[in-house]
Write a protein that binds this ligand. Structure first.
Ligand code: ADP
Ligand code: MG
Length: 592
């Protein structure tokens, strides 16, 4: 008893379409605000009740909808933004599918009040479940107001899936804050349950918006991508990236816009993350707000009903442009201070003592406790930060270290040194990794990594999948001084190691390399980088190794010569300072 094939009724079809476009209150807000921006609004006011479940109001001062077209606007596939299929190749507006208003109206009680700039009388249209129930002329200023009540009232299954009002508000804010930054010429206000949570001036200054969205600290710390980086090129990359001192536990602070449209693109996010390579701690992500402009015909935005993905004609070119712009901006970061703390940025721990001082605030009293475990994750979404301010430490000083006097070794883990401003603790493993990393890189860049033959070649057997991955890498390893030959099924013979690294244990290293290169594309730079980092990690002195005074002196000396002495290649701090002043304070000598 199968049913015959038939065309769906309009009502069913529009419910299905609505499901694609209108997933939750935030998607309604998105569609309505995009319409306002397409209508050239310089002011957009958003108001919600109960996370948008009972009320969403979006009011703009854009062009408005002509009285004769208002019915059409709520019809499916009705749009003023496309004329023919060719226009799909060159989409300059945020909307184009003509699906939003009809979809939203189908699943709510909708009120639309609008007046077109060229007309003297406006229209007031009321719809319930997509059916027009009232249609009257009305006076109002030019522009459009849409009021969406009881979202999903006609689709109880959907309504049940609405999350808490707070979660829905968070989604709405995440969207609106991004658009507020991307459209600084438009003044946005956002009111939830009668409380204003965001108001931007519309001054056109993106930095202004960043300050009100991200708070003074984070907003001021972001580095603007210089315009000259992409001036005169087909692809322009503008926006802001965080300094290396600012990082987050996840990617939610990476925001990408393409031709004025917020998009999600893993590959481009990765381009930004790559730009911070070795500059951030492991498992930490940068903050960035990047706006990419490409010729409209080089990007296809018609990939996804919610228009959140795009396809580029040449995604490699875009990838490189983004990575280059971000990297150039990050590395040009100007050093400003001779005081610094480890690079954890948003921990709420004791490091804020030092940071507070740097910010000219009175330091909080706290225990001295440092270390990577303080990298407390900051689970704020960008929107949550609207209402809180994220703290950050100031940018790093020039990478040179001050002259340091060796005091001794602590816990067979740290080298204690004294410098011009107090106590400097050096993590022996992290510091040595940094030293080896830069030496090996330098030698490899000149194509002359010194290789040290082993007295007795060592054989290493790997699991079959790892062996398969390692095999094609052997020529690359040879360039890095690691001479390895395939030697029977899944076995290898290590004949020589980089001379820098006599203490290397080849068996562990080969397994590491095979594991690390899993999933990395065999672009040689990326591969080389992964290999070098693993070599250095394996070869560096370990915690638990007793160091002689000479060894400590050599380590500190070598570290001073590196370009980036303050972090290991994985981004963890190599060195932590406690100022004399801070020590004095802990002893109650506050006058110092
Ligand atoms: P799309 O944006 O894809 O064209 P929508 O369903 O979102 O489709 O909107 C349908 C049409 O209604 C738009 O093409 C536009 O002409 C008109 N419209 C919708 N919202 C507004 C607004 N805020 N101001 C002016 N016109 C609007
Ligand atoms: Mg639209």
């Amino acid at each position: 008893d199968t049913m015959p094939i038939r065309t769906l009724s309009d009502e069913v079809a529009s419910r299905i379409a609505a499901g694609e476009v209108v997933e939750r209150p935030a998607s309604v807000v998105k569609e309505l605000v995009e319409n306002s921006l397409d209508a050239g609004a310089s002011r957009v006011e958003v108001e919600t009740q109960d996370g948008g479940a009972t009320l969403i109001r979006v009011r703009d001062n854009g062009t408005g909808i002509p009285a004769a077209e208002i019915d059409l606007a709520f019809r499916r596939h009705a749009t003023s933004k496309l004329e023919n299929a060719d226009d799909l190749e060159q989409i300059a507006t945020l909307g184009f599918r003509g699906e939003a208003l009809s979809s939203i109206a189908a699943v709510s009680r909708t009120l639309c009040i609008t007046r077109h700039t060229a007309e003297t009388v406006g229209t007031r249209l009321r719809l319930e479940g997509g059916e027009v129930v009232a249609h009257d002329p009305i006076g109002r200023p030019a522009g459009t107001e849409l009021v969406i009540e009881d979202l999903f009232y006609s689709v109880p299954a959907r309504r049940k899936f609405l999350r808490t009002a707070r979660t829905e508000r968070r989604h709405i804010d995440a969207f609106l804050t991004r658009y507020a930054i991307a459209y600084p010429h438009t003044a946005f206000t956002v009111v939830h349950d009668g409380r204003e949570v965001l108001a931007t001036s519309g001054s056109g200054d993106a930095r202004d918006v960043l300050l009100s969205v991200y708070g003074a600290d984070l907003g001021a710390s972001l580095l603007q991508i210089p315009e000259h980086l992409t001036a005169g090129q087909a692809i322009s990359v503008r926006g802001f990236v965080g300094p290396t001192t600012v990082h987050r536990a996840d990617r939610s602070y990476l925001t990408l816009f393409v031709n004025g449209r917020w998009i999600e693109d893993l590959r481009l996010s990765y381009a930004i993350i790559q730009a911070y390579h070795t500059l951030l701690p492991v498992k930490r992500y940068p903050v960035a707000f990047v706006q990419i402009e490409v010729p409209a015909e080089d990007v296809d935005v018609n990939v996804h009903p919610a228009k959140a993905e795009v396809r580029f004609r040449d995604s490699d070119v875009v990838f490189r442009a983004v990575q280059k712009a971000a990297r150039a901006t990050v590395v040009s970061e100007a050093p400003v201070s001779t005081q610094w703390t480890s690079s954890e940025s948003d921990s709420t721990g004791p490091q804020q003592t030092a940071r507070g001082k740097l910010a000219g605030l009175r330091p909080a009293q706290g225990h001295i406790r440092f270390g990577a475990d303080e990298a407390q994750s900051d689970e704020h979404s960008p929107a949550a930060s609207t209402l809180s301010t994220a703290s950050h430490s100031p940018p790093h000083p020039p990478s040179q270290l001050p002259p340091l006097r060796i005091v001794g070794q602590l816990a067979t883990m740290f080298v204690i040194t004294e410098g011009p401003d107090g106590l400097y603790l050096i993590d022996q493993h992290a510091a040595h990794e940094r030293v080896l990393y830069e030496k090996l890189h330098a030698q490899s860049a000149q194509g002359q990594v010194a290789s040290q033959p082993l007295l007795a070649p060592q054989s290493v057997t790997l699991p079959a999948d790892q062996a398969d991955r390692l095999e094609p890498l052997l020529p690359k390893l040879a360039e890095l001084g690691l001479q390895v030959e395939a030697f029977g099924p899944n076995a290898f013979l290590v004949r020589a190691v980089p001379a820098l690294l006599e203490k290397l244990v080849p068996a562990d290293l080969l397994a590491d390399i095979a594991a690390a290169t899993e999933g990395t594309s065999p672009i040689s730079d990326e591969l080389e980088e992964a290999v070098i980092r693993h070599i250095c990690k394996r070869a560096a002195v370990k915690a638990g190794q007793v160091l002689s005074r000479e060894e400590m002196a050599r380590l500190v000396d070598d570290l001073e010569r590196t370009r980036n002495p303050r972090t290991c290649p994985h981004g963890r701090p190599t060195i932590v300072q406690i100022s004399t002043e801070e020590l004095a304070r802990h002893f109650g000598r506050t006058g110092h």
